[in-house]
Design a binder for this molecule. Structure first.
Ligand SMILES: Nc1ncnc2c1ncn2[C@@H]1O[C@H](COP(=O)(O)OP(=O)(O)OP(=O)(O)O)[C@@H](O)[C@H]1O
Ligand SMILES: [Mg+2]
Length: 255
C-alpha cells in the first residue's frame, strides 16, 4: 500500500522520499485508489488532506541553481546571529540565491506576537519557525533563522522534522561576558537590574549545541571571517555553487 504512495513523490530526491516514507509508514495512510492524497501525520484533524504540487522542491532547486535548506543561527543575545545571517544573505543574494532571514524580533512582532519567553512559549516560537523553515525548503529557498533558541530539544525537534542535511546549525560562539559588554540592545543591563525576567544567560539557561555543523567564533573573530567560514561550508557541501573566483582560482596565474 505504501509503495503506491511513493509514485506521488517520484519527483522528490531520494533523501526526501526516504524521510516521507518514514512519515507515511508511521501514520499508514496512503490509499491505493487515491494515490495523490495523503493524510497529515501531525494534524489534529484527520480530514485534512495534503495536496501535492507538480512544481516540486527539486524543480525549484534546479531553477534556482542551489539547494534549499535552513541555516539556523543560535547563540546568546548579542552573539552575532542577526549580523551574520544578514551578512550571509547579502552574499547569497548577490550570487542570485533565493533567501530570506527570519529574525527573532521581527517574527515576534507578527507571527509570534502572542508568545512570551517562558520555556513553553519559547518552544512554540521555535516550532513555528521550524514550520516556516520547512515551507521555505519546499519553496526551494534558503531560510536563515536568527533566534537565541536556547533549548537543545527545541532545535533538535526542527532538525528531526526535515531531511538529513536540510538543517544546518550555526552556533554563534561568543562568551556571555563579551555579549554583555556589547549589549547591543541594552537588554543585559535591564536583565541585570531585574527589569527583564527569563533572560537567556542571566536568568534563563542556554544549552550549547552538541554537534553543530558550524561553530562561528563570533566572540574573537570578525564578521567577515565568520561569514567566509559559513560560505565555505555551504560550497564544500554542495549547497550553493562555488563562486566564480573559486571555480577559476586554479587558472589564475600569479607573477
Ligand atoms: N564575528 C562576528 N559576528 C557577528 N557579529 C559580530 C562579530 N564580531 C562582532 N560582532 C558584533 O556583535 C554584535 C552582534 O549583534 P547582533 O544583533 O547580531 O546579535 P544577535 O545574536 O542577533 O542578538 P539578539 O539575540 O539580541 O538579536 C554586533 O554589534 C556585531 O557588529
Ligand atoms: Mg538578533
Amino acid at each position: 500500500m505504501l509503495s503506491s504512495g511513493f509514485s506521488m513523490i517520484g519527483n522528490l530526491n531520494q533523501t526526501l522520499a526516504d524521510h516521507m516514507i518514514q512519515r507515511l509508514a508511521t501514520c499508514g495512510v496512503v490509499d491505493g485508489k487515491n494515490k495523490d492524497l495523503a493524510l497529515i501525520q501531525n494534524s489534529m484533524n484527520s480530514n485534512i488532506i495534503l495536496h501535492h504540487a507538480t512544481v516540486t522542491r527539486l524543480r525549484r532547486e534546479r531553477q534556482n541553481g542551489h539547494k534549499s535548506f535552513i541555516l539556523w543561527f543560535t547563540g546568546f543575545s548579542g552573539s552575532g546571529k542577526s549580523t551574520l545571517a544578514h551578512c550571509i544573505e547579502e552574499i547569497l543574494f548577490l550570487r542570485g540565491c533565493r533567501t530570506y532571514v527570519f529574525d527573532g524580533d521581527n517574527v515576534r512582532h507578527g507571527l509570534c506576537a502572542d508568545l512570551g519567553f517562558s520555556a513553553a512559549d519559547r518552544a512554540e516560537n521555535i516550532r513555528r519557525i521550524g514550520e516556516l523553515g520547512k515551507l521555505f525548503i519546499d519553496a526551494g529557498g534558503i531560510a536563515l533563522t536568527a533566534f537565541i533558541s536556547p533549548f537543545r530539544r527545541d532545535r533538535e525537534r526542527v532538525r528531526a522534522s526535515v531531511a538529513p542535511g536540510d538543517f544546518i546549525e550555526v552556533f554563534c560562539h561568543a562568551p556571555l561576558n563579551v555579549c554583555e559588554q556589547r549589549d547591543v540592545k541594552g537588554l543585559y543591563r535591564k536583565a541585570r537590574q531585574g527589569e527583564i525576567s527569563e533572560f537567556t544567560g542571566i536568568s534563563s539557561p542556554y544549552e550549547i549545541p552538541d554537534n553543530p555543523e558550524i561553530i562561528a567564533m563570533t566572540g574573537e573573530h570578525g564578521v567577515g571571517e565568520c561569514a567566509g567560514q559559513i560560505i565555505e561550508y555551504l560550497e564544500r557541501n554542495g549547497k550553493i555553487p562555488q563562486s566564480i573566483v573559486h571555480r577559476f582560482q586554479h587558472q589564475i596565474v600569479t607573477r
